[in-house]
Design a protein around this ligand. Sequence first.
Ligand code: 1GP
Length: 245
Amino acid sequence: MEVYSKISVNSSEGKGMFAILIDPDKIHHNSFRTVAHKAAEADVDFLFIGGSLLSADIMEECLYEVRCETDIPLVIFPGSVFQINKAADAILLLSLISGRNPEMLIGNHVVAAPYLKASQLEIIPTGYMLIESGVSTTALYMSCTFPIPHSKDEIAVNTAMAGEMLGLKLIYLDAGSGATSPVSASMITKVKQAIGIPLIVGGGIDTPEKARRAREAGANLVVVGNAIEKDSGLIHEIAYAIHEI
Ligand code: 1GP
């Protein structure tokens, strides 16, 4: 099944999904297979691959190593056009709708369009929203945007509704990698109630309890990166927390 169909079907059936974010810059290349192996054992739904800033040309190797270990769908979560790679199954075509930087709304997409068209990747138009999280994350700095304030649920709701009306297929609420405060339960619930498309939530989710809270608040798909980079043993516990609901 294609990635978006799987997300869409599971969301309408009320099944929670779990994606691990593998930032190839943060996980040692010797560990790509270990993480992929544990993800396969824990029935992780997707592996997101990418990062706000990569300091080496390592996407290809990462995708290859992970693919050797598992057939979990590989979805590029691109920090830049340089991270587009045909070896994945799909790509989140992120439009950073919480910000007002034209390059992140359309400029990079224009540059990437012919490469994406030729890539055969499944392209999933995604409304990407950065939410203030207590720390200045790499995503914020690199995107030159302001996040939506943590407590301003109504701005998040209106932004997500606008994203859906523009035809985007997913909304991704992200507190940013390594956030000290994840997106609040109230913001997740209100955004979920306002849209009919699947909702992804990530950033600062570092325990099974926080993953469960995001899921119970309304996230269809929960993304965890940092915590798993530190302790891949968490994969099973977080997968269980998300899938049991
Ligand atoms: C960041 O949502 C992802 O874009 C994951 O965040 O690394 O904090 O889990 P963490």
